[in-house]
Design a protein around this ligand. Structure first.
Ligand code: HEM
Length: 537
């Protein structure tokens, strides 16, 4: 590219707005072109053929790990991008069962409960910072599904602090001096160490329990390398935090843009609502299966990901000379591709700036050409969390949109992408107003019912009351919920846990239901934590 400055090269223009710079490069040089960041030569490749060459190249030629070195202090030494290639491949493979079909069915239920909990205190109308709301929601959904009950309930607050310190430790300085004695890096390292301590404790506790947890954490505890060895606590910690990092801001940004794009277009919003109302009604159950049957919502999300892919460029280091259509990219350079630029090629996506979910209809299928729509990357390293991300996004909107309508508060052109962040999201704050939908009373009642369940878990929040005058000592409760009740030989019942964790609620309810004398009452303790749901006070 022309215009390189002494020393810094194209750094200033790129840094100012990387998307505009890459678009300019594509428009001037076509599908392959070189620019310079300080002394480092970078080659941008865009369009389906260039993307295919990029994604299909073997790791030994285009190495992904080098580009993610900045994450090593957080994920840990020897974990994923810092592991030798054969180990990295196995570790990434171990993540697959976590994100595949079977556990996904359970995740749908968890996500729905978390959404219900987040909107429990909303009332008839109000204002939120949408991005803050989506960030809070998606950290709850992903920590709940992936880390499990211990982190979501018992260690919720400590985990929030650890996560905050780890996030603050993602700093471009770490490319060059990852362990500089700066306060942010010290806090990052302390948080990583504490997280590993907690993970080690939970592994030991779980080993004592007869029943197995059904979360990603457990799948990693049970996973084995090809030689039969287990992952260490250090590796499990890194892989869990890596998965959460990979999915958090990407999903939160996409969820925010989905709502913003819908709020900008009442006619598209209406069509999506019609689809959801027809499919779920006011109180239809949102499940893994039912979420598969919402094609318009899915196309809306795809269109959001075309126009606002959160990762606007993906990088590899060239380890062996790389050839594309008569060009040679020499070893030592970096090569990148850009989903955001590739998604704006008019030959593939006509009128590319137009928001048009119909592009993906059976009649048009504009994304049919391989490697043209690449919001989740492609090839061997395509996002392994893409099904989980789509499930989350569809579950979030199938609840939110049936309960509330949304309006932009500020001028619609003020909602823009923030290119200063590594993961691109709308500029914050991005304020929206919510208004309860009329005629959705039944749905509201369902929210209230689910909320009672969903709210409880922030802390262990239900109580067991025994009416001793009614109890005859049948001991049915002890068989239904042995962790909660003990009945001695003479029929005296003892409640074993004062305020039990929510995962025992189902068992407690069984004991209540089957008590022959109706002597047991389960009471939920309500304590909504509004400050955590992105509300503007
Ligand atoms: C990789 C996008 C959500 C886990 C990737 C890549 C992209 C991407 C573009 C490829 C990176 C590269 O080639 O260098 C997205 C988007 C998401 C999302 C747009 C949400 C809208 C998630 C979620 C998870 C996840 C929810 C996990 C729960 C991963 C993992 C990889 C990855 C583990 C590395 C795969 C590998 O290198 O083999 N993601 N992602 N992502 N993503 Fe996602």
């Amino acid at each position: 590219m022309p215009g390189a400055l002494p020393l810094v090269g194209h750094m200033l223009a790129f840094g100012k707005n990387p998307f505009e710079y890459m678009m300019k490069l594509r428009n001037s040089l076509g599908e392959i072109g070189e620019f310079r960041m300080f002394h480092q030569k970078m080659v941008l490749m865009t369009g389906p053929e260039a993307n295919e060459a990029f994604f299909r190249a073997p790791d030994a030629q285009l190495d992904q790990s080098q580009a993610y070195k900045i994450m090593t202090p957080i994920f840990g030494k020897g974990v994923v991008f810092d592991a030798p290639p054969h180990k990295k491949d196995q570790q990434l493979k171990m993540l697959m069962p976590v994100l595949r079909d079977k556990p996904m069915r359970g995740y749908a239920e968890v996500i729905v409960r978390e959404v219900e909990q987040m909107i429990a205190g909303w009332g008839d109308a109000g204002e939120i910072d949408l991005l803050a709301f989506m960030k809070a929601l998606t950290i709850y959904t992903s920590s709940h599904c992936l880390l499990g009950d211990e982190f979501r309930y018992e260690l919720n607050e400590e985990f929030a602090k650890i996560y905050h310190d780890l996030e603050k430790g993602v700093n471009p300085l770490a490319f060059v001096f990852p362990y500089l004695p700066l306060p942010v890096f010290r806090r990052r390292d302390k948080a990583r160490a504490r997280l590993q301590e907690l993970v080690t404790g939970i592994i030991a506790k779980r080993a004592q329990k007869p029943e197995k947890s059904e979360d990603a954490f457990q799948l990693l505890i049970d996973a084995r390398y090809d030689d039969g060895s287990r992952l260490s606590a250090h590796e499990i910690t890194g892989m869990l935090i890596g998965t959460i990092f990979a999915g958090h801001h990407t999903t939160a940004g996409t969820a925010s843009w989905t709502l913003l794009e819908l709020a900008r277009r009442p006619e598209v919003m209406r069509s999506v609502l019609n689809e959801l109302d027809a499919h779920f009604g006011a109180d239809g159950e949102v499940t893994f299966q039912s979420l598969r049957e919402t094609p318009l919502l899915e196309n809306v999300i795809k269109e959001v990901l075309r126009l606002h892919p959160p990762l606007i460029f993906l990088i590899r280091k060239v380890m062996r000379d790389f050839h594309f259509k008569g060009y040679t990219v020499r070893a030592g350079k970096y090569v990148c591709t850009s989903p955001r630029v590739s998604h704006r090629i008019a030959d593939i996506f006509p009128d590319p700036e137009k928001f048009d979910p119909e592009r993906y209809s059976d009649a048009r299928q504009e994304d049919a050409r391989p490697f043209s729509w690449i919001a989740f990357g492609g090839g061997k390293h395509k996002c392994s969390g893409n099904a989980f991300a789509m499930l989350q996004l569809k579950a979030i909107f199938s609840i939110l949109l049936r309960r509330y309508t949304f309006e932009l508060i500020d001028d619609k052109d003020t909602y823009q992408d923030d290119f200063t962040q590594m993961v691109v999201q709308p500029v914050s704050p991005c304020r929206v107003r919510y208004i309860k939908r009329l005629g959705m009373k039944k749905a509201a009642a369902e929210t209230a019912r689910n909320t009672a369940q969903a709210e409880a878990p922030v802390r262990p929040r239900f109580q067991i009351k025994i009416d001793r005058e009614l109890c005859q000592g049948h001991a049915t409760c002890m068989s239904e919920a042995p962790e909660l009740f003990h009945v001695d030989d003479v029929g005296n019942v003892t409640v074993l846990q004062e305020s039990p964790p929510l995962n025992l609620l189902a068992q407690a309810r069984q004991a209540e239901k089957y008590c022959p004398t109706q002597a047991i009452k389960i009471e939920l303790i309500e304590n909504p934590e509004e400050s955590k749901n992105g509300r503007i006070s």
